[in-house]
Design a protein around this ligand. Structure first.
Ligand SMILES: Cc1cc2nc3c(=O)[nH]c(=O)nc-3n(C[C@H](O)[C@H](O)[C@H](O)COP(=O)(O)OP(=O)(O)OC[C@H]3O[C@@H](n4cnc5c(N)ncnc54)[C@H](O)[C@@H]3O)c2cc1C
Length: 409
């Protein structure tokens, strides 16, 4: 059941509030900015680092349409940024958003580390960051041999040996990139087969500089001032072994950058933003797009598609100033535990009890569905083994229950 909510914002008379404020200038945010600015909406993009997001850290993008020879991640993000700016989108870099607050008049206050900004609508595209492994030595050797970015740090390892941890697309592609510099790249994977795309695997297996360390998990980064080794353990034989490496690159999955949304926007159990199919979050007037959304594919093509849809929906909302309750929709998308969050979010932001009834009904429906599915141990085991970057299976990276340091790869 849908619910119409009409808010009291003066249509088209925003002197101090931006029409649209976008959080995060990765592919999703920059695409949303392009669409909103081209739609003649006052548009501001807030970015905690430099614009570009994860693709700015990617050496070569081969699977984004329109670039048959491939394009460097930096070039692609620079083009996206210029295209959005060309239509008038404003970009504020080195500006971290710390909170989002719905105001009584239906607008929003966005607090950054520098100021408070008002917005009539908000598009959330904060993306994800690399998951930490949590093993001894990982934090201590950041910048001294431990990295999550081959593109940034690979050239430091010319003539040396490095280890890459993971078995998905990122691990294999970045490992291949590191062979341009390093004499040897150990690829440490907890299974005996990779999860990366077939073409990436073919290339990796054909590369004489790649050595695969199967069925193994890292236990400790070794070194004194700088990294000198990586201790790994074979999960089948329990045998410990030290790989003689100067660099360790972790590609074991990602976590969404959504902590600033806790309690305001419905998130799933892993912190990904829940939306309906029109990118509407649990909060009327707030949309989400890209990797931070609970979606089944973390790729540039997906992020730009979602960014454009979120932008079109946000503009429709600005024109009509109404939206159906999305709390029930996000609850349905999530599961019973997450329906709780959606229910809370719906309750926190909508005064109409019908919205909560809807959410509660959804929660019951999901509970019944989950009850039927209980006992499916295999499915739960699979959930722990999260998909590679390009896989389309269960989207959000679940919390890794295995004490062994392994996760999405
Ligand atoms: C090593 C690597 C290689 C990849 N290669 C490919 C590839 O070849 N092809 C492909 O299609 N995809 C690839 N991807 C995936 C692709 O980069 C992502 O799917 C895409 O960047 C997601 O875009 P996004 O805009 O949702 O998020 P991001 O790119 O993560 O951008 C989000 C932005 O939001 C900012 N942000 C976060 N929180 C805040 C805050 N509180 N305040 C302000 N700003 C904030 C972040 O700094 C970031 O710039 C790769 C990813 C990695 C890590």
């Amino acid at each position: 059941m849908g619910l119409d909510i009409r808010i009291n914002l003066p249509k088209g008379q925003s002197t101090e509030a931006y029409d649209v404020v976008i959080v995060g200038a990765g592919p999703a945010g920059l695409t949303a900015a392009l669409y909103c600015a081209r739609g003649r909406r006052s548009t501001l993009v807030l970015e905690r680092n430099m614009a570009g997001g994860q693709i700015a850290l990617t050496e070569l993008v081969e699977n984004y349409p329109g670039f048959p020879e491939g394009i460097s991640g930096f070039d692609l993000s620079d083009r996206m940024k210029r295209q959005a700016a060309q239509f008038g989108a404003e970009l504020r870099e080195i500006t971290t958003v710390s909170s989002l607050t719905p105001d009584p008049d239906g607008s929003f206050t966005i607090t950054t580390d520098q100021e408070k900004i008002r917005a009539r609508t908000v598009i959330l595209s904060p993306g994800v960051e690399a998951k930490r492994m949590g093993i001894p030595g990982e934090a201590e050797f950041v910048g001294r041999g431990v990295s999550w970015c081959a593109t940034c740090d690979g050239a430091l390892y010319k003539g040396r040996q490095v280890a890459v941890v993971g078995g998905g697309d990122s691990a294999v592609e970045e490992g291949m990139f590191l062979t341009k510099f390093a004499d040897k790249v150990y690829l440490v994977h907890r299974r005996d087969e990779l999860r990366a795309a077939a073409i990436a695997q073919e290339r990796a297996f054909a590369n004489p500089k790649m050595e695969f360390v199967w069925d193994s998990v890292p236990r400790r980064v070794e070194g004194d001032q700088l990294v000198s080794g990586l201790e790994v353990q074979n999960v089948k034989t329990k045998e410990l072994r030290s790989l003689p490496v100067n660099g360790v690159f972790f590609y074991i999955g990602q976590v969404p950058l959504t902590s600033f949304l806790q309690g305001v926007i419905a998130l799933d159990g892993s912190g990904y933003i829940l939306t309906d199919e029109l990118m509407r979050t649990s909060q009327c007037g707030v949309y989400a797009a890209g990797d931070a959304r609970a979606n089944p594919l973390k790729q540039i093509a997906m992020a730009v598609g979602e960014g454009s849809l979120a932008a079109v929906q946000a503009q429709r909302y600005l024109d009509e100033l109404e939206c159906p309750s999305s709390g029930p929709a996000v609850a349905q998308a999530a599961g019973v535990a997450h329906a709780e969050a959606a229910l809370q979010a719906a309750g926190a932001t909508q005064s109409d009890g019908a919205a909560q009834e809807d959410a509660a009904a959804q929660k019951n429906a999901v509970a019944q569905r989950d009850g039927a599915a209980q006992g499916d141990g295999a499915a739960q085991g699979d959930a722990a083994d999260t998909p590679a970057r390009e896989e389309t299976a269960d989207a959000p990276a679940p919390v890794e229950p295995d004490p062994a340091p392994s996760s999405k790869d």
